[in-house]
Design a binder for this molecule. Sequence first.
Ligand code: DLL
Length: 431
Amino acid sequence: MNYFQEDMERASRETMRDLQSARLTETVRRVYANVAYYRRLMDARGVTPADIRSVDDLPKLPFLTKDDLRDAYPYGLLAAPLAETVRIQSTSGTTGRRVVAFYTQADIDLWEECCARAIIAAGGRRHDVVHVCYGYGLFTGGPGLNGGSHKVGALTLPMSSGNTERQIQFMIDLGATILCCTPSYAAFLAETIIEKGLRDKINLKAGIFGAEAWSEEMRRDIEEKLGLKAYDIYGLTEISGPGVSFECGEQTGLHVNEDHFLVECIDPDTGETLPEGEKGELVFTSISKKAFPLLRYRTRDICVLSRRPCSCGRTLIKMSKPMGRSDDMLIIRGVNVFPSQIETVLLNCGFPPNYQIILDRVNYTDTFEVQVEMTPEMFSDTVRDIAAKEADLLNSLKSMLGISPKVTLTAPRSIARSEGKAVRVIDKRKV
Ligand code: DLL
C-alpha cells in the first residue's frame, strides 16, 4: 500500500476539478444559507451562491483573515448545528483572542485521513510504531497525527511534549520507527540521544516534522543525526490542523490534499491570484468540512505552487516548504529578513540550529543580534579558531541578508530549548 486513498491522491486533473467544483458550490451554498457572517461578507462584495459554478469562480469570493475569525469568536462562523459538532481545537497563537475551530465527526475523520496519507507517504504501515510528541490538547499536532496513525493501523505512542528522558526511554523500549514532532524538538532529541550515547539503540526510519519553518540544511542535519528520512508536514488549525499538505519520498515540496482544501497563491499586497511558480501568500478554501468550512482564508504563509509531475505518482498540487510569513517577515533597518535565511547560513557554516534573533531599537536605529550556540567541539577550540568561525559566519550572514548582524557565539546548550515551536525572534522594538 503506497497510498492511503489512491483514488484521490492520484486522481486525473479532470476528475479532481469536477469534484472540487461540486464541493465548492455546495459549500458556498451552505455557508451562505447558514452563516450570517459569510452572507454579510458576500453581500458586501455583491456575490451570490449562484455566481460560484466552478473552481474558476473562486476569485469572486471575499477573503477571510484571522481578524474575521477573532471577530466571529466563538460561534460566529459555525456552519453546522451545535448538536452535530464533537470537538474544538485552537491555534497556538499567544496574542489576542484565540482562534477556535469546530469539527463534526466527519470533519475529524477527513482530517485524520489527511494525516494518514502523510504517514503512508513517509513509509508508515500497520506494523510501525508511531511516536507522537507534538503537544496534545488544544494544539492540533498531537491529535491529528495520533488519529492518522490509528487510521493507518500503526501502534501509536501518544507521548505529547515534555520529559525528554522519558521520550527517549519509550522510543528505545518500544522500538519506535516513526517520530512525529516539531523539527526543533527533533533536533533537540537528536542532540540528547547522541550526548547520552544512545544513537545505536534507536530504530527510527522516518520523521514527520512540521508546525514551524525549517530549512533543507536542518533536514539533513536531523536525518544524519537520527539516521532517518525526514518528511515535512504542513497545516493550520483554521483549515483542520496538520495534513493540509505533506511530503512524499521525493522531498521536493508538499502535496496539498486538494480534494478537501483548494489552494491559491496570491500577491499579499494586491490580493491578485498569481500564476503557478510565482512566490506569494497561500490562501485555502476548505470544501468538504461541515462545521467550520473557511472560504479563501489568508494564511500569511509565503510559498510557491507547482503542478510539475511527481515521481511518487501523486497528482496532488505541490507547495514549496513555507519560506516565511508575510507578517512575521522581519524588517530590519528597512531590509526584509526571514529567520529561515539565517538558519540556512548557520547550518552551512557548521553551527547547530540553536539560535535566537534579538532586535531592538537604539537612537531610532534597529539593532540586530544573532545569538548562536557553538557545538561542544567548537567550544573547546582555541580563541583564534573561534574568532575565525565567528568572522566566517558574519560574512556569510552579511552576503545572504544584505545587512550585518552582531553575532554572539554562546556556550553549548545555553539557548533555551522548546518542546513545541521554537522561539526564534525576540523583537523588543514592538514593546
Ligand atoms: O502548527 C498545525 C501543525 C501541527 C502542522 C503539526 C504540522 C504539524 P497552528 O498552530 O494553527 O497549526 O499554526 C499554523 O504554523 O500558518 C505556518 O505559519 C506554520 N506551519 C505549520 N506547518 C509548517 C511547516 C499547526 N511544515 C502555522 N513549515 C502555519 C513551516 C509551518 N511553517
